[in-house]
Design a protein around this ligand. Structure first.
Ligand SMILES: [Zn+2]
Length: 129
């Protein structure tokens, strides 16, 4: 962990605070930050994938149909999407956020906890040197 990483994460969250949506018949193999991909079957969306907006680079794929957990997707006429319920990664970065009308809305308490933990880790590592 480098000293700039918490700052980078903070910048990344700000830079990619919105997601632009793309609709296709399937999910792409590679994801771009700040983009959200919706897989469609005719007019029916069945899956969504996006790169984790925290900056960890992990892909997130959400089911819109089938077995639990399953999300509900709604979109405005300008193709701004809303996902329900929130996205909470149980592994890795443990990011917790909502996608509301194309914007990433962070679940604040967790967000600050995560950042604090990163800062502590960095401080511990730098003091050890
Ligand atoms: Zn993440």
């Amino acid at each position: 962990m480098k000293w700039w990483q918490p700052i980078y994460r903070w910048y990344y969250r700000w830079r990619y605070r919105t997601v632009a949506c793309e609709f296709d018949t399937d999910l792409p193999a590679t994801l771009q930050p700040g983009r959200c991909y919706v897989a469609m079957d005719q007019d029916f969306p069945w899956a969504v994938s996006l790169q984790c907006p925290c900056g960890c680079g992990e892909p997130i794929t959400l089911n819109l149909v089938g077995s639990h957990p399953v999300w509900k997707l709604t979109k405005t006429t300008e193709n701004l999407i809303t996902l329900y319920p929130s996205v909470w990664r149980t592994r890795g970065c443990e990011s917790h956020f909502w996608v509301k009308q194309g914007r990433i809305v962070w679940a604040r308490p967790h967000w600050t906890k995560q950042l604090r933990r990163q800062l502590y880790r960095w401080l511990r590592l730098s003091l050890r040197r």
